[in-house]
Design a protein around this ligand. Structure first.
Ligand code: PLP
Length: 369
């Protein structure tokens, strides 16, 4: 976590412990703190404060967006067609699958190219009068590929269909201006931008049909009942301020390190393939598949030397089935089992990347031998 985020949170565990829904001064102090945080986030998203809904993280934001809009659309106008990409995080895809299997929605997957990108023209072709919601991931967690969200957003806007994007991975590096992106719903998770785990945001454009999926005391404009997690919300907003001051620097420095690593792997490790788009990818993200390598074993060996990497989504740790994202890109099952995802962060140096590469070469040799 960013030091700024930790420091900002601390008083809200002790001296400023009030419940933001309470009338007394402790409650009002807490309420003022979350409203200040809401302003910081609204400014970053270029939206109004009442369009910012605090949640428990990216997963909940994705669930609220998909389930909340799908149910509202069906209730209000009988729409029951869902359109999503096949490279969504499980927080979106499993929600859509449940809406299909239990609630009777019709789920359609958009095609993607070999780099995991959705062609906006394919969205236009598949939109129907009864499409309830469209969801396309902004930047992919497994392969780093960035989608043309604003183009897809414009198409959905013209057709009057609510459009959601999962921007959980995009936050530290890409613009989240919801006007420029033409999105109606956008998910954030604080721990992907140096904030605490277990807190996030769903942006909901005014007028978007949406029902709460968690009912109760009516907090967060009735869309997400439950006493807000004040310290975490404050920490998230401090982390976003940290992103604002660092983004330009990261976007200038990280691609050089990323591209050096990709080049070295491609040149010096035989039977290795870059996954995802070469240029339209997150500046901190490099991902590969290695023939004849079991990614779970590779991760364990890398960890022994102090390198923390992942293969598919971290949420799937311990699950040896191949990544659905890589299968959707056309990688054969066997190759998809040899995937590696390397992400660089605010403290990564050129020396770290060199040490990592040397270690990777050695571990792959051991596993192949
Ligand atoms: C693209 C994407 N969406 C959603 C999530 C889930 O977010 P959270 O861990 O905050 O629930 C993640 C986390 O890995 C992610 O990478």
């Amino acid at each position: 976590m960013a030091d700024e985020a930790v420091e900002a949170m601390m008083p809200f565990f002790k001296e400023r412990f009030g419940n933001p829904s309470s009338i007394h001064r402790f409650g009002q102090q807490a309420d003022a703190a979350i409203e200040e945080a809401r302003e910081v986030i609204a400014e970053h998203l270029n939206c109004s404060v009442d369009e910012v809904i605090f949640t428990s993280g990216g997963t909940e934001s994705d669930n609220l967006a998909l389930r909340g809009v799908a149910l509202a659309q069906r209730e209000r106008s009988g729409k029951n067609h869902l359109l999503i990409s096949p490279v969504e995080h499980h927080a979106v895809s499993h929600t859509a699958q449940q809406l299909a299997s239990i609630f009777g929605f019709e789920l359609e997957f958009l095609p993607v190219d070999g780099q995991g990108r959705v062609d906006p023209a394919e969205v236009l072709e598949r939109l129907r009068p009864n499409t309830a919601v469209v969801s396309v991931i902004y930047a992919n967690n497994e392969i780093g590929t960035i989608n043309s969200i604003s183009e897809i957003g414009k198409i959905c806007r013209e057709k009057g269909v609510p459009f959601h994007t999962d921007a959980v991975q995009a936050t530290p590096y890409l613009s989240l201006d919801v006007e420029a992106l033409s999105v109606d719903l956008l998910s954030l998770g604080a721990h992907k931008f140096y904030g605490p785990k277990g807190v996030g945001v769903l942006y909901v454009r005014k007028g978007t049909p949406i029902l709460p999926i968690q009912t109760g005391g009516g907090q967060e404009s009735g869309l997400r009942s439950g006493t807000q997690n004040v310290p975490y919300i404050v920490g998230m907003s401090a982390a976003l301020k940290f992103v604002q001051t660092s983004q330009t620097k990261w976007n200038a420095s990280l691609p050089t390190l990323r591209d050096w690593l990709i080049e070295q792997v491609e040149q010096k490790i035989p039977q290795s393939t870059l996954t995802g788009h070469r240029t339209q990818r997150l500046p901190n993200h490099a991902s590969f598949v290695f023939e004849g390598v079991d990614s779970q074993k590779l991760l364990t060996l890398l960890d022994l030397d102090g390198f923390a990497c992942s293969s598919g989504s971290a949420c799937k740790t311990g699950n040896p089935s191949p990544s659905e994202v890589l299968l959707a890109l056309g990688f054969p099952q066997k190759l998809a089992l040899g995937s590696l995802r390397v992400t660089l962060g605010k403290d990564t140096t050129a020396e770290h990347v060199q040490l990592f590469f040397d270690c990777l070469v050695e571990k792959i040799k051991i596993l192949r031998d």
